[in-house]
Write a protein that binds this ligand. Structure first.
Ligand SMILES: Cc1cc2nc3c(=O)[nH]c(=O)nc-3n(C[C@H](O)[C@H](O)[C@H](O)COP(=O)(O)OP(=O)(O)OC[C@H]3O[C@@H](n4cnc5c(N)ncnc54)[C@H](O)[C@@H]3O)c2cc1C
Length: 436
């Protein structure tokens, strides 16, 4: 039976999906399949996870260890790769620890999110992959390999796009648990956003600006960590002309907020506030497509102006745009990679990125026809498309994208070393590496 992704905009080319329950079964599947590729919860919108061989999903894998194992003394948690962030974060919370970041949706698998550099928001918040301290993966020869932060191959392997092997476990940095309050503000003019962007994004732990590219930003979602002794930075709403929302909001105009995490300043556990959507709900039943481009932070205002110029082209297909900031990291294929950044260092917001995310109506052909306009508008800023979302992914465009990653040649060499026969190649990763 053919398998489609979450958004149902693509049917994978794989002949079958295998869900191994033991490491031996996983190794046997890998070594007996000339083409094989890991698949997570299928939330990517493009062919990043595709293969014409066998798909392997590790959500039923039992390696003899609990799905979530916390080591408080080391500040780490070992997590089964197939776990979804929602359940993993709940288990962490129950054990008194927390992650620094989560994506908007808690339903995605940890390994799939890490493999594509999935991110949340925040001037000093790195993407989810940057929390990885170690990983275990089954490589092309069926052997289990362990990599730890600081090892030679590590920074190339974490955002691996599924090309190096099947990740079975990830060790993540954790911190003592904390609460977060979420407040939504309405109506910020473009002039204020352009003049005060740095103040706005610095005003909370995580800030998202939602816009339909009309008169300005329609909603500002601020998530503030409430730690003992740390005061929330006040949002100068009156000064900026924005009004505090008096009821819970959904990012899409007019949509009921029942699927959204609690707002109106009610503090609660980090894992129930950092995602925009609750684990118990599917926000839109897959009736959407997404694209996103990350631009170095120093170009944020210019890039926003360039996008406003093509608003009339974008708007007819758009549900909503979300603008977020992401701190820089050292992972070679991360959309937020910056040469010279060190893993443990306190991130410098000025060195980070701004993400322009587009939630589209589910009209793929029309959306794909609009993407080149966005890509041309953002090309002068060296925009990097999100690996899991729709972008123009022909050979020439992927060669351009590869050129925006200073360590791409090293990544291609790493893949060649781990997988000389190209067992794990497939989909857009095949095209990307073919140009190396
Ligand atoms: C509604 C919605 C909301 C989203 N919100 C955000 C957001 O807030 N921020 C953001 O950045 N992105 C967001 N995304 C994008 C999403 O996070 C990525 O597409 C992510 O890759 C999805 O994880 P997955 O488990 O579904 O991976 P899949 O789509 O199944 O696979 C993605 C990649 O991961 C690889 N992979 C999967 N499992 C493994 C494994 N065990 N070992 C090695 N490689 C593996 C695959 O080979 C493939 O290359 C959202 C997507 C949706 C549908």
């Amino acid at each position: 039976m053919s398998t489609s992704n979450w958004a149902r905009n693509l049917t994978y080319s794989s002949s079958r999906v295998v869900r191994p329950t033991t490491l031996d079964e996983l190794a046997e599947t890998v070594t007996s399949s000339p083409r094989v590729r890991p698949l997570g919860t299928r939330h990517s919108f493009n062919r990043v996870a595709d293969t014409d061989g066998v798909h392997v999903v590790v959500d039923a894998l039992d390696d003899g260890r609990p799905a979530v194992e916390v080591d408080v003394a080391r500040g780490t948690a070992s997590i089964a790769a197939g776990a979804r962030y929602g359940e993993a974060s709940q288990a962490l919370q129950e054990q008194g620890v927390a992650l620094g970041a989560m994506a908007s949706l808690p339903h995605i698998s940890v390994a799939g999110a890490v493999a594509t550099a999935t991110h949340g928001s925040g001037d000093t918040t790195r993407n989810l992959a940057a929390a990885v301290r170690g990983l275990e993966l089954v490589t092309a020869d069926g052997a289990v390999r362990t990599l730890a932060r600081g090892d030679t191959d590590f920074a190339g392997a974490v955002v691996g796009l599924g090309a190096l092997g099947i990740v079975t476990r990830l060790e993540l940095d954790v911190v003592p648990t904390y609460d977060v309050r979420q407040d939504v503000y309405l109506g910020l003019g473009w002039d204020v956003v352009a003049e005060q962007l740095d103040e706005i994004t610095a005003s909370a732990t995580s800030v998202s600006l939602f816009t339909g590219w009309g008169d300005g930003v329609d909603q500002v979602w601020r998530k503030t960590a409430v730690r003992p002794g740390s005061d929330a930075v006040a949002f100068p709403a009156a000064y900026l002309g924005a009004a505090a929302a008096t009821r819970a909001m959904h990012p899409l105009p007019g949509v009921d907020a029942a699927a959204c995490t609690e707002q109106l300043g009610v503090a609660g556990p980090w894992n129930e506030r950092l995602p925009h959507f609750r684990l118990a709900f599917t926000p839109s039943n897959g009736e959407e497509l997404q694209s996103e481009y990350l631009v170095p932070r120093r170009h944020a205002v210019e890039a926003m102006a360039a996008l406003r110029k093509i608003a009339d082209v974008v708007r007819p297909l758009l549900q909503i745009t979300e603008i977020r900031t992401i701190a820089a990291d050292d992972l070679w294929m991360s959309t937020a990679f910056v040469e010279g950044v060190a893993a443990g260092e306190q991130p410098d917001p000025r060195a980070g990125f701004v993400g322009f995310h587009f939630t589209w109506l589910p009209r793929q052909r029309e959306v794909e026809a609009v993407l080149p306009a966005i890509e041309s508008a953002l090309a002068p800023f060296g925009a990097r498309p999100h690996w899991g979302k729709l972008f123009t992914d022909g050979p020439a465009e992927l060669a351009d994208v590869a050129g925006r990653y200073p360590r791409f040649a090293d990544f291609a060499a790493l893949v060649e070393r781990y997988d000389p026969a190209g067992r794990f190649r497939g989909g857009i990763v095949d095209t990307l590496l073919a140009g190396a």
